[in-house]
Design a protein around this ligand. Sequence first.
Ligand SMILES: C[S@@+](CC[C@H](N)C(=O)[O-])C[C@H]1O[C@@H](n2cnc3c(N)ncnc32)[C@H](O)[C@@H]1O
Length: 144
Amino acid sequence: MQLADETDSGTIIDFGSGWGNLVIPIAKRYPHRQIIGYELSYLPWLTSRLLKQLLGLKNLTVHRQDFYQADLSSASVLVCYLFPQAMQKISDKLRLEQSNVNFLISNNFALPSWQPIKTIQVDDFYKSPVYLYKISNKSENEYI
Ligand SMILES: C[S@@+](CC[C@H](N)C(=O)[O-])C[C@H]1O[C@@H](n2cnc3c(N)ncnc32)[C@H](O)[C@@H]1O
C-alpha cells in the first residue's frame, strides 16, 4: 500500500488476487482508480467477488482467469505476491508485450533481470522485502 502511493493514478492489476487481501483494501483506498484482480482458484475468487458486492466497490473487477493471458493495455501498475517461476514468466511477458505498465510492486519475490527503484521491508517475522520496479523506460532498468 505504501509503495502503491508512489505510483501514478492509473489502473492497478493484482496478479493472483486470492481472497482479496490486497485488492479489497486497494479498491477502498483508491476509489477513483480502476482495480482489477486475476485469480484462478474458485473459492478465493468467489469470496473476493462477494466482498466486492457487499462493500459496494464499483471500481473493483475480479476475473477468474489466468493472469498470463491478461490484457495489460489498460494497466498502469501491477502488484503480485507469487513465486519465483511466476516472476520469470511475468518478466518475459513484460518484455514481449506492448503495454502501458509503469510500475510493478512485488511482495517477497524479485523480478528477474530488473532493478528495483525501491525496496522496503514488511514488519513481519522474516522482514520480507517488497520491491517497487519502474517499468516504463525498460532500457534504463534492464540488465543486459
Ligand atoms: C500467495 S497468493 C496471493 C494472494 C493475494 N494477492 C495476497 O496478496 O494475499 C497467490 C495467488 O495467485 C493465484 N495464482 C497463481 N497462478 C495464477 C495464474 N496463473 N492466474 C491467476 N491466479 C493465479 C493463486 O491461486 C493464489 O491465490
